[in-house]
Design a protein. Structure first.
Length: 336
């Protein structure tokens, strides 16, 4: 009887030890649960991390966001959630250097762009310590966006002047403003409210896939593609510093290995989703245009101050902006 009790006690101690090694991470996603980024990119990565740690690290993703898109960083710092990701367009006051991925006329591949951004961060930006309040897990870039016309197609600067248009906050909105458009800039997850209400006559800054996911693609009558696009939205993925330190070192090592540049490969499904969204749009009568050389040249001239502004920010932070920008663009051209 005594031996049986001893065995039971040992089992209880072993069980408690195993439970003590488990880490649960509350990972917030501010977009709706059925968005392809959640279902086909983020969740598979979270599941793979759990598998790679032997089940010791587990994630809980709330069914609805527990903080607004603009509050992901601060909420993670305060411990409202353990981890999250945030659009760099809402971090312009804190983070200058990683905005490099959002400059216009770059590569359109989310996998190569994401890998290139992380490599550029490690080579040029890490010393600036712009993410000092959190532990940075990864940086990633999604598909760039065309210009969607809800009435007549936007085929020239003249067509943009005075036009009411939704623009993704950040680079897209700024360039559109420089073109003379009347820009409404709200988080992309709220773009449906603006577009469906007829507040604007066009929208720009996110992909056809995202337009489909946000239920705005059905309001477009035309899609105007720009080589390299106005911008490709980039994001930072991070975790609360205290939470990170609470994770056993062996599991931190696993997460680190699977994050960084390795997270980029999880963005590959974006490409197929984009192709399907465009096919559906075309089948529904949406006309797809390629911007003329004249339109692109005019846009590039108008957008020059945006790139120069980034170079100025980099200089102030002690970074060789021209070298970093060149490195990022060259790396992003490489095959995924």
């Amino acid at each position: 009887m005594i031996r049986k009790l001893s065995v039971l006690a040992m089992c209880a101690v072993f069980s408690a030890s195993v439970q003590a090694q488990e880490t649960k991470i509350l990972f917030n996603s501010f977009i709706q649960p059925n968005h392809p980024f959640n279902t086909h990119m983020l969740r598979p990565w979270l599941e793979d991390v759990t598998k790679a740690t032997g089940g010791r690290v587990k994630f809980e993703v709330p069914p609805t966001s527990i903080a607004a898109p603009q509050q992901q960083y601060d909420s993670t710092v305060k411990g409202v959630m353990d981890a999250a990701y945030m659009y760099h367009g809402f971090l312009t006051d804190r983070v200058k250097l990683s905005q490099v991925a959002q400059l216009p006329w770059g590569s359109t591949n989310p996998v190569s762009n994401s890998r290139a951004l992380w490599e550029t961060y490690e080579k040029f930006f890490i010393k600036a310590n712009e993410y000092k309040d959190v532990h940075l897990l990864s940086l990633f870039v999604i598909l760039p966006g065309p210009i969607f016309g809800m009435k007549e197609p936007i085929l020239s600067i003249k067509d943009l002047k005075g036009t009411k248009i939704f623009g993704v906050p950040g680079v897209a909105a700024r360039i559109l403003e420089l073109c003379g458009a009347a820009v409404v800039a709200v988080p992309s997850v709220r773009s449906y409210e603006v577009i469906s209400a007829g507040t604007v006559d066009a929208f720009a800054g996110y992909s056809a896939m995202d337009a489909q996911a946000f239920h705005t693609l059905g309001y477009a009558k035309s899609i105007i593609d720009l080589p390299g696009a106005l911008t490709a939205s980039s994001f930072a993925m991070f975790i609360n510093k205290t939470k990170w330190q609470s994770i056993p070192q062996q599991d931190r090592d696993v997460i680190t290995k699977m994050a960084g540049a390795n997270f980029a490969k999880y963005l590959a499904p974006y490409i197929d989703f984009e192709a399907k969204a465009r096919m559906e749009a075309a089948n529904n009568g949406v006309k797809i245009f390629k911007a003329s050389d004249e339109f692109v040249a005019d846009l590039k001239k108008i957008a020059d101050p945006v790139e120069q502004g980034w170079l100025d920010d980099a200089r102030k932070l002690g970074v060789d902006g021209k070298a970093a920008l060149s490195f990022y663009r060259e790396e992003s051209k490489k095959a995924p």
